[in-house]
Design a protein around this ligand. Structure first.
Ligand code: 4AZ
Length: 280
């Protein structure tokens, strides 16, 4: 969602049936994912329209954004999950229409209590009806902290729009963006109204993007992966973030904001619910 739009998202989400076209939309400045790549990336549909992305972190659990898993949105002290069945998702396909993918309904939605009380902690855990056949993407171990330092190139992927305000593509897109320092992100998002706005909070957020913009996550990518590459010898990735928000998409000076899931309170929340989601 766009900066300062979480209250709006909450209002829209509360209406449940609204199409939310501006939010129902991939990665800006990336390229179409090739068939068979990113099998663990989920295309999440809420109430048949509201679109998000997610990542399979255990056979029966997908990690997505808090604002994708909550009717009430942030700032509302009542944790209301979507009626189960309203949330559906597809794994193991790059096609937005689900062609060839593994379809699931969601039987349970878990949100961190801190999501409802603050503007951060933008994660949700979606329990699948049946275990997936796809190999889950593990979240980085604390001992792997060195693979997502400022300047390190991360991979982002999702089913969202390829331009700010644009439409969603037929194929999942992916790109690379570097981690931004917490100080740099705090100065980009020095919001003076953090209750309603989206000021940067390094406890539960981490940023990635180029100073000049051009490559970023966008509407509909929310909840999707921020992936850190393992050593070239080992290959593969670890999950270190979940797409959350930003000022528009790919704008200069406004990196994308991701939920910080590999350390801190969100690590504790996810580990207490899905202990096998972590590497190491
Ligand atoms: C969204 O609405 C969204 N540029 C996700 C990420 C970003 C902006 C919007 C970051 O899902």
């Amino acid at each position: 969602m766009r900066r300062s739009s979480r209250a709006l998202t909450a209002a829209l989400a509360a209406a449940a049936a609204l199409t939310c076209s501006s939010s129902a939309s991939a990665v800006v400045g990336g390229q179409a994912a090739s068939a068979g790549s990113f099998p663990y990336v989920a295309n999440v549909t809420i109430a048949g329209a509201f679109g998000c992305t997610g990542t399979l972190i255990a056979p029966q659990w997908v990690l997505s954004a808090g604002h994708c898993g909550s009717i009430t949105g942030a700032g509302v002290a009542t944790p209301v999950g979507w009626p189960t069945g309203a949330v559906q998702l597809t794994l193991n396909t790059v096609h937005a229409d689900g062609t060839g993918g593994e379809q699931h309904t969601v039987t349970q939605v878990k949100l961190p209590s801190s999501y409802l009380l603050t503007h951060g902690s933008d994660v949700s855990l979606l329990k699948l009806d049946t275990p997936s056949a796809v190999t889950p993407m593990k979240i980085a171990a604390t001992s792997e902290r060195s693979i997502w330092e400022p300047g390190d190139q991360m991979t982002i992927a999702g089913f969202g729009t390829t331009s700010e305000g644009g439409s969603a593509p037929a194929i999942m897109n992916y790109a690379q963006v570097p981690i931004v320092t917490d100080a740099g992100c705090a100065s980009a998002y020095h919001d003076t109204t953090p209750v309603l706005g989206d000021a940067f909070d390094a406890t539960t957020m981490v940023c990635a993007g180029y100073p000049q913009g051009g490559t970023d996550t966008c509407q509909g990518d929310s909840g999707g992966p921020l992936l850190a590459p393992l050593s070239t010898a080992t290959g593969g990735f670890r999950l270190v973030g979940a797409t959350s928000y930003g000022q528009g998409c790919a704008e200069a000076g406004y990196p994308g904001v991701y939920a910080r899931i590999a350390e801190g309170p969100l690590r504790d929340f996810i580990a207490s619910n899905v202990p096998d989601a972590y590497a190491g």
